[in-house]
Ligand binder design. Structure first.
Ligand code: THU
Length: 138
């Protein structure tokens, strides 16, 4: 299993793939599965705006479309400008996608400012009182 620091570095690297000509806000994510596989993602924008996909969902959709269903940790790095790198928290839609596939108490979210500065949360901390598969008996 790779270290948190390695996962954070992968998220920072994934920022370089960001397609964000409209906002200029570049985001990278690195998702670790329970069996140690990793999937990266970046945000992908659109001239018609609403099809925009966040980095976190890109990573999740890549992984789920490859058959992955069990997840351990996601690292996220995002910033408008390299010099003003700050902590970038996942949007509400991405938190809900995480809740679809992850146990809210166990899934870990690493919010990275640099490869030696990150904050760790559980999904439950970022999405309390969640609605999810359990409410539909799934
Ligand atoms: N974005 C992400 O990719 N992840 C987040 O957690 C926050 C927002 C993207 C969406 C859009 O391309 C840009 O950042 C500005 O909202």
């Amino acid at each position: 299993m790779i270290s948190d620091r390695e996962l954070v570095k992968m998220a920072i690297d994934a920022k370089n793939k960001s397609y964000s000509p409209y906002s200029g806000f570049r985001v990278g994510a690195a998702l670790l599965t329970s069996n140690g596989a990793t999937y990266t993602g970046c945000n992908i924008e659109s001239a018609s705006y609403s099809p925009t996909n966040c980095a976190e969902r890109t990573a999740f959709f890549k992984a789920v479309s490859e058959g992955e269903r069990d997840f351990n940790t996601i690292a996220i790095a995002g910033s408008l400008l390299e010099e003003t790198a700050d902590y970038c928290y996942p949007c509400g839609v991405c938190r809900q996608v995480m809740a679809e596939f992850c146990a809210v108490k166990d899934f870990r979210i690493l919010i990275a400012k640099s490869d030696d500065e990150w904050l760790e949360y559980s999904l439950e901390q970022l999405l309390p009182f969640s609605f999810g598969p359990k409410d539909l008996n799934k």
